[in-house]
Design a protein around this ligand. Structure first.
Ligand SMILES: [Zn+2]
Length: 306
């Protein structure tokens, strides 16, 4: 089965539902999810992600990430636990090979390595991958493509966190990620849950669609469209999770969209909430939100046919 198609051709069509920084956002009939049009070429995006991204687009990222490390570990552990459960691994010190595609500064990778995974990452940002290597992690500084995938080998688990929304050809990328899995291997994909019901409720009351961010965010997934993409590449769906629905603060009256200075304080409240909850209750809450298509992130687990 070949689904490869040129994302720079005119083979994308569908109603224009929004515009963002001069790009149309279309409900693409061919792809089955919402994306920017026209799509920038891979070459146009390469400079952004290899050089500028963490310094220009996310200048506070590393400082905030260090501050958030303890809280972030809860979400890492929830994902790793689910992956281990799906693989049916007995608890052991050698959990298998895990690849994090778009591993950034390597915080997830570090947690995976600490808990018994043979963990590797691949990351185009020179700055982020150097940071991870400096912490003793195995990271290749490159884009994940057919060539680099062949060098990396085969894995028991593949993770892609907040990267699929950035790439011009996500279908091909997910196909490649599945190709890197052994039969029965597990993939966990996390993307922003865009156009979710809390967001569209706010929009209906006059809030601007703040989640639109072309050309950095090219694709706008929901749980359903992400699952459809995974199914299309042959993956077997194995469950959903989400994360705290930040939009709820705005619905409660703390409008961090109009007043971005509220953002950090509200983020700290959500951290406190996550940390106060019993882990089993947290998991069941976020799984329930995911069932309703709600929550800030769409996290989908799938398995390769064995
Ligand atoms: Zn398309």
């Amino acid at each position: 089965m070949s689904l490869a198609h040129d994302h720079n051709d005119s083979g994308h069509s569908g109603p224009v539902i929004d515009t963002s920084n001069g790009f149309d956002i279309i409900e693409c009939a061919q792809c089955g999810f919402r994306h920017a049009s026209p799509l920038p070429t891979a070459e146009e995006l390469e400079a952004t992600y290899s050089e500028e991204y963490y310094s220009e687009e996310k200048p506070d990222y590393l400082a905030h990430a260090a501050e958030d490390a303890e809280w972030a570990q809860l979400a890492y552990d929830d994902r790793l636990n689910k992956i281990e459960q799906l693989l049916g691994n007995p608890p052991s010190k050698n959990k298998g090979r895990l690849l994090d595609i778009g591993s950034g500064p390597g915080f997830f990778l570090e947690r995976a390595a600490t808990t018994g995974w043979d963990a590797s990452g691949i990351e185009p940002s020179q700055q982020a991958s150097s940071f991870a290597k400096g912490r003793g992690l195995k990271v290749t500084n490159d884009f994940f493509n057919a060539e680099t995938a062949a060098d990396l080998g085969t894995f028991d688990a593949v993770v892609m966190t907040n990267m699929l929304e950035h790439v011009p050809a996500p279908i091909e990328l997910v196909e490649l990620a599945f190709a890197a899995l052994r039969p029965g291997g597990v993939i966990c994909i996390t993307v922003p849950n865009d156009y979710n019901g809390f967001q569209t409720s706010l929009r209906a009351k006059g809030t601007k669609p703040w989640w639109l961010a072309a050309p950095h965010h090219l694709n706008y997934f929901s749980f359903d469209t992400l699952e459809a993409l995974i199914t299309r590449t042959g993956g077997l769906l194995r469950g959903r999770l989400s994360s705290f629905p930040m939009e709820m603060f705005a619905l409660l009256g703390d409008d961090y969209i109009a007043n971005p200075e509220l953002g950090r304080g509200l983020h700290n409240k959500r951290k406190a909430f996550d940390q106060a909850l019993d882990p089993a209750i947290r998991e069941s809450l976020y799984a329930s939100l995911a069932t309703s298509g709600l929550g800030r992130e769409a996290i989908v687990f799938a398995q390769k046919n064995s």
